[in-house]
Design a protein around this ligand. Structure first.
Ligand code: NAG
Length: 189
């Protein structure tokens, strides 16, 4: 659950201060995944709160445990993009087997209803298909200390899907996050 909503949060974009792009290199002749549209509101995203996310794209190629994921995350601090180190699987992390995270859904037996409602799978493997998630509400609740640093600010995240030495999928987003109300940690859940 945590990982998928983290991924969804990476897919976040659009509106005034949210910028996203598909960053798969032009040297990749056959990307596995491409994105054509991503929308997110409100901007800034308020946590805890409800976030509306829409995603359109295409899975071009079957993939599963053959892909790795590399995430670069920076926070804008005192006018400088500063790397957010990997901590408890959040931040600039390498995920050698992202399918492992998604397998949490398999054991709990449920994908988020927002995904299943639109025929979107949430566990590996993924088969060629269209991704069409109309703007859907995800509730971000209060939970973990590990996410304390997320509190408030401007972030940029680049997530690269890697097969062999090739980047076969890439998503880049810059967004503002604002914290509502209480102190204490929180987590996408
Ligand atoms: C999200 O929206 C629902 C329905 O409007 C509401 O009950 C819930 O309190 C909201 N969640 C947060 C964290 O604001």
């Amino acid at each position: 659950m945590k990982a998928v909503l983290l991924l969804l949060s990476i897919f976040v974009s659009s509106e005034a201060s949210v910028i996203w792009k598909d960053c798969v290199p032009s040297t990749t002749a056959h990307p596995y995944v491409t994105f054509t549209s991503v929308t997110v509101s409100p901007s800034p995203v308020v946590i805890p709160g409800n976030v509306t996310i829409g995603v359109q794209g295409t899975v071009h190629h079957h993939f599963g445990t053959d892909v790795k994921m590399v995430v670069h995350m920076d926070k804008y601090l005192l006018g400088v993009w500063t790397k957010v180190p990997c901590s408890q699987n959040v931040g600039s992390c390498n995920y050698d087997n992202p399918c492992e995270f998604l397998s949490a859904f398999k054991s709990s037996g449920t994908c988020p209803a927002q995904l299943t409602a639109h025929g979107l799978p949430c566990t590996c493997p993924f088969n060629p298909s269209n991704i069409n998630l109309p703007p859907s509400v995800f509730e971000v609740t209060q939970i973990s200390q590990a996410w304390q640093w997320l509190a408030t600010g401007k972030f940029r995240v680049q997530a690269e899907m890697i097969h062999g030495q090739k980047v076969v999928g890439c998503f880049h987003v810059e967004m503002d996050i604002k914290r509502s109300g209480h102190s204490g940690g929180f987590l996408f859940g």
